[in-house]
Design a protein around this ligand. Structure first.
Ligand code: ZN
Ligand code: ZN
Length: 430
């Protein structure tokens, strides 16, 4: 196919890989960045006027539930990719807790085939164990050949430490990360929200931070012993931040991510009994929110990932104790990060690119994270001055369970560009 060249003109380019934060033009040809400079001639290329807009390496969301196969009433690969494109992401990782789960090479191929016509790059994450039952390891090598970029039993931890030890060894051999959901299921059994004063007051069964921290501690110890890397996803507590900070200091190859909701919202919201505040890990205390913010700024936390977890409305519109865990996140992440972390001065836009593009690309070993000449032509164009109010019923996602409903966010993606192909995002008025 003969694809037209694309010239992104006059935007403010934010690319920490080259130390650039200034007005530049970018020419994409044959799916790759051909040049980056000032006053690049358009020639026969298609021109996208980016004046007044931020132009960043394409954002990569390391943790997304696309729900297909098995839960298509909540999301499909196509609708999830639409939501991702709307939110400014050019690539998403598809978590394996589908039905059937992504636990062999055929399942990996199925996801890639279904993603063929999507606006996004979709990177399948394989399960660590067959059926995610925590017993028998999957065939990692075959799955990597089929296109898996990492392994996770997300939704649950690998309870058996010897299985986790073997998983880390095999993942190390095939050069792909283990992405660990850390939660002691015995401690958290029956839990509804963070354990503390609020859960006591509401009479809800609590999920204490130590359910996360004991497993983080265990798996870091195993990774240190096996000498392999480990990625810990959706960290949520002060204790976890301290454990990871100390581990990094002594040279353990541990990386981690945090969600926008754990950076912004606290357990107090649960007192509304709105099921849109029910997720796992649960919203934590103010001290925990402070700690993950500090960890993000000081480099303990490498990446921001959404844990986009769409649910069919009937699984959310019920009593709090029966409702499903999980919130959507693809369409609100960038606006929330802008409002809460950039406007407050915690992060610069270069930091945002590091946390949402560079670090995910590095951890997963996939292309992206830079706009250097020759790099893949994945670009996020963001309008920082296009306020909108989050209306759950106007989302591209098939599901409406966002915890940021009703909030005004300062900006929105103006375009997402994947391999030089431009998708304009419809600008909504508040
Ligand atoms: Zn999880
Ligand atoms: Zn998840």
């Amino acid at each position: 196919m003969n694809m037209k060249d694309l010239l992104i003109k006059g935007g403010k380019v934010i690319d920490p890989s080259q130390g650039i934060e200034s007005i530049r033009d970018i020419l994409i040809s044959g799916g790759r960045i051909k040049s980056l400079g000032e006053n690049i001639k358009a020639g026969k290329s298609e021109v996208f006027d980016a004046s007044g807009l931020l132009v960043m390496p394409g954002l990569i969301d390391m943790h997304v539930h696309l729900r297909e196969p098995g839960f298509e009433e909540a999301e499909t690969i196509m609708t999830g990719c639409e939501a991702a494109a709307r939110g400014g992401f050019t690539a998403v990782c598809a978590m394996p807790n589908t039905d059937p789960p992504t636990d062999d090479s055929g399942r990996v191929k199925y996801i890639l085939e279904r993603a063929n016509n999507a606006k996004e790059r979709v990177y399948p994450i394989g399960a660590i164990t067959r059926r995610r039952h925590g017993k028998e390891l999957v065939e990692m090598q075959e799955m990597v050949h089929a296109g898996a970029v990492g392994f996770s039993d997300d939704g649950v931890s690998v309870a058996d430490a010897s299985v986790m030890m073997n998983a880390l060894r095999y993942a190390g051999m095939v050069g792909k990360p283990i992405i660990a959901h850390e939660e002691d299921a015995d401690i958290d059994r029956g839990g509804q929200m963070n354990d503390g004063a609020v859960s006591t007051e509401l009479g809800l069964h609590g999920m204490p931070g130590i359910a996360e921290e004991t497993l983080v501690q265990r798996d870091i110890a195993i990774a240190e012993y096996t000498g392999t890397g480990i990625h810990i996803t959706h960290i949520s507590t002060l204790g976890t931040v301290s454990i990871i900070r100390a581990a990094k200091k002594r040279g353990v190859r541990v990386t981690c991510d945090v969600t926008p909701h754990h950076l912004v919202l606290t357990e107090d919201l649960v007192s509304t009994f709105d099921t849109r505040y029910k997720m796992n890990p649960p919203l934590r205390s103010k001290d925990d929110v402070e700690a993950v913010r500090t960890g993000l700024v000081d480099g303990t936390i490498d990446a921001i990932a959404t844990d986009h977890a769409p649910h069919y409305i009937e699984l959310k519109e019920m009593e709090f104790i029966y409702a499903a865990f999980g919130v959507t996140g693809l369409e609100t992440a960038l606006g929330v990060v802008h409002r809460e972390l950039v406007e407050s001065g915690l992060l610069t836009w270069s930091d945002v690119v590091m946390k949402m593009s560079q670090a995910p690309s590095r951890i997963l070993g996939v292309e992206g994270g830079t706009l250097k000449e020759g790099a893949v032509g994945d670009v996020t164009v963001y309008n920082p001055d296009a306020p909108w109010r989050v209306d759950p019923h106007k989302m591209k996602s098939k599901s409406s369970n966002t915890a940021f409903f009703g909030r005004e966010l300062p900006g929105q993606a103006a375009a997402t560009i994947v391999g030089g192909v431009l998708y304009m995002n419809y600008q909504e008025q508040p």
